[in-house]
Design a protein around this ligand. Sequence first.
Ligand code: CAA
Length: 256
Amino acid sequence: MKKYIKTACDKNIGILTLNRPEVLNALNREMAEEIVSALEHFDQDDSVRVIVITGSGKAFAAGADISEMVNDDAISLELLNQFAVWDRISLIKKPVLAAVHGFALGGGFELALSCDLIFASEQVQLGFPEIKLGVMPGAGGTQRLTKSMGKAKALEWLWTGDTMGAKEALQYGVINRIIPEEVLLDETLGFAEKLTKQAPLSLRLIKEAVNKAVDTSIYEGMQFERKNFYLLFSSLDQKEGMQAFLEKRLPKFEGR
Ligand code: CAA
């Protein structure tokens, strides 16, 4: 039984709902551990092919829980290393989609940015207000925002702490789509369902190769991509996918 999140599985989609609406899903330490453990659980569960994260109430998440951090000092934080928990999200192999509405601030924005795709509502407000608290993002925000929008733009948002609307976020490539709030979750689940029909091993190795592209030189990235391409030819799904094409029928992928 989870205290701060809800999980469900439907049509091969693992759905994780942040569920602390009374404080706009502010992420305390226990909640962060629940989120990451649930993602790892979905990643290991053969009935789940794609994961969707959403928030209950008015917001996706308004950041790390300030009331929990207010009395911290540098040494207590170093010893606790509380943000290290988020590193484990990079190890999730299945596609992770975020359906983001309302506020996604600080750690909430970092959580969304650590997902593979972000679908956002028209009224979304994304940002890093940490500078207004006299601190800075500490769970990947400076790195992920810079990788997604480039140095100059990222610095502008990080330095001002202003919130970014859906149109700006789409324009800078920070989010994938803008969707009316009333159908945001349904449409995200619809897209996720489309992915559940794809060959699971291909989804997994494409994600791994694309992530490599973000972090390595083109040459190294291409070697990595080629190795994954070759590797897929030892899967049953490659035989099935190509055979199905030649037989003019739909493939039946099993993730093997
Ligand atoms: N931590 C703890 N509690 C929070 C919170 C947070 N990050 N964000 C909101 N809450 C609480 C509020 O204290 C309030 O609780 P009470 O009802 O008990 O007073 C409740 O959620 C509702 O919030 P508001 O009344 O403030 O709602 P609003 O609609 O007027 O304003 C808001 C919304 C602009 C998002 C405002 O809540 C806000 O500025 N929140 C803080 C945002 C922030 O600074 N986030 C960064 C945190 S630091 C971080 O995330 C570090 C990192 O890199 C991981």
